[in-house]
Design a protein around this ligand. Structure first.
Ligand SMILES: Nc1ncnc2c1ncn2[C@@H]1O[C@H](COP(=O)(O)OP(=O)(O)OC[C@H]2O[C@@H]([n+]3cccc(C(=O)O)c3)[C@H](O)[C@@H]2O)[C@@H](O)[C@H]1O
Ligand SMILES: Nc1ncnc2c1ncn2[C@@H]1O[C@H](COP(=O)(O)OP(=O)(O)OP(=O)(O)O)[C@@H](O)[C@H]1O
Ligand SMILES: [Mg+2]
Length: 249
């Protein structure tokens, strides 16, 4: 485990230095993925790393797991409350679409959820620009394969150190790195709306996705669901498509 941690830590260090950046930061949610990335950036850059806690509809102090984590690992951190920017932006969009007669309440949940992820991304980049740091993402192999992230939201980052790790491998790393149990055993959730659960929304468990990624056989139903998610989200793993150069008259 120590070798794996060293490998990931050195990789982050090399990529940040290669970019000529001063250090690294990560958004901290109180979930396991960002907890592991927090520990890695602290090891890579003990003095030049930053955790950013970005609550929406909550106070920074209420993000207890996130605060406990940064204090435990001694990571320099900052809390920026995005409740007002989120509510203002969302209300402005709602008002304009209502005026146009196009607003549909039942279609608003996902757009609002993705807006939260994209406001966090914009905030992380504003802070990163300020310090000359890179933004470190938290996507793991299961999320990447199924496209379970917001395009240009939590998917909008500079480096993705966990991208080849299955969820089970992230858990193993978290245990080795002594991430608090309350974080390790929490039900994975993007927390973009009340009661959201990754596995309910995905329609398949992380264990099943991990088995699939390991090449093991899983139920036909799960296999079809994973392949459908992968296919539908192909665009998120690519640079935006453009036409070939025009070669006519
Ligand atoms: N074929 C295609 N080629 C090019 N672009 C395409 C496209 N199909 C859709 N698009 C574009 O992509 C958009 C849809 O993608 P996107 O905006 O990402 O939206 P979408 O994939 O519908 O939603 C994001 C999902 O990720 C989950 N999430 C988000 C954030 C964090 C976490 C977490 O685990 O923490 C999970 C969230 O709960 C939700 O299930 C469309 O509105 C359209 O603009
Ligand atoms: N309140 C928040 N403050 C700062 N960053 C956040 C917040 N919520 C989400 N993020 C960022 O978005 C990322 C994606 O969330 P995701 O839920 O996939 O990861 P996680 O919360 O670390 O782990 P888990 O998947 O176990 O819930 C987080 O890792 C974090 O970097
Ligand atoms: Mg989460």
């Amino acid at each position: 485990m120590e070798k794996k941690v060293e490998y990931l830590t050195n990789w982050i260090k090399e990529k940040v230095e290669e970019a000529g950046a001063n250090g690294a930061l990560v958004g901290i949610s109180g979930g396991i993925d960002s907890a592991v990335v927090s520990s890695l950036i602290k090891r890579a850059f003990p003095e030049q790393s930053l955790g950013v806690i970005l609550p929406i509809d909550q106070e920074v102090e209420d993000q207890e797991d996130a605060v406990t984590l940064v204090e435990q690992i001694g990571l320099n951190y900052i809390g920026i409350n995005l409740t007002t920017p989120y509510q203002t932006t969302h209300a402005t969009i709602r008002e304009k679409l209502k005026e146009k007669g196009d607003w549909q309440e039942e279609r608003s949940q996902l757009g609002g959820a993705n807006l939260q992820a994209r406001l966090r991304m914009s905030t992380l980049y504003a802070v990163a620009n300020h310090y000359g740091y890179l933004v470190i993402g938290t996507d793991n192999a299961a999320e990447d394969f199924t496209g379970y992230f917001t395009k240009y939201g939590d998917g909008g980052v500079d480096l993705v150190p966990l991208i080849n790790l299955r969820k089970e491998e992230v858990r193993e790393l978290a245990e080795y790195l002594e991430v608090p149990d309350s974080i390790i055993h929490k039900k994975p959730s993007a927390e973009l709306w009340e009661g959201q659960s990754d596995e309910d929304e995905l329609g398949v468990s992380y264990d099943s996705i991990d088995d699939y990624l390991r090449g093991e056989s899983i139920s036909k139903k799960d296999e079809e669901r994973i392949q459908q998610l992968h296919k539908n989200t192909q665009h998120k793993r690519q640079v935006p498509a453009g036409p070939a150069p025009y070669e006519g008259e």
